[in-house]
Design a protein around this ligand. Structure first.
Ligand code: FES
Length: 160
């Protein structure tokens, strides 16, 4: 049986098979969800806010709990879309505003431009560059380092 969830950012309803994760609903609507860790509950890139219907989702597992603890933008409404399974009706989901640094192919291209959107850390969800801010060369180096560090970290956890 399917359950309906509402995606707040684009104001549409999506049908999800009972027990499927929230991520499947987000992806079915082509929302930009990076899932940098491959849906293993290890990153911030599928972090969502469940503004209604939290009780209709599967409970937090240990891994999700641990990952949410390092996400600086985590609130009591936070879940990882790859871990939260839909068990009932009435779920409303909102995505954090911004794009993850890992989603930017060529960071160098940003030099001298203003960030179109918040640029976010893929593991902590922290805002690395606020929307509208001018991006300097020194910021580029930091962003590149962050991108590499996050990739290395996730690769190590994959091998472990
Ligand atoms: S995709 Fe990484 S935690 Fe969900």
């Amino acid at each position: 049986m399917a359950k309906t969830i509402k995606l707040d950012p684009i104001n549409v309803n999506v049908a999800i098979q009972t027990n499927d994760n929230l991520l499947s609903g987000l992806l079915s609507k082509d929302l930009q969800v990076m899932k940098e860790c491959g849906g293993r509950g290890m990153c911030a890139t599928c972090h969502v806010y469940v503004t209604q219907g939290m009780e209709s989702l599967s409970p937090l597992n240990r891994r999700e709990q641990r990952t949410l603890e390092v996400i600086t933008t985590c609130t009591k409404f936070s879940r990882l879309a790859c871990q939260a399974r839909v068990l009932g009706e009435g779920v409303v989901v909102e995505l954090p505003s911004g794009m993850y640094i890992s989603d930017i192919d060529n960071i160098e291209d940003l030099i001298g431009r203003r960030a179109e959107d918040n640029i976010l850390h893929p593991l902590t969800g922290a805002v690395l560059v606020e929307a509208g801010k001018l991006i300097t060369r020194s910021m580029i180096t930091q962003l590149q380092d962050t991108q590499v560090e996050a990739k290395d970290y996730l690769a190590k956890t994959r091998d472990a």
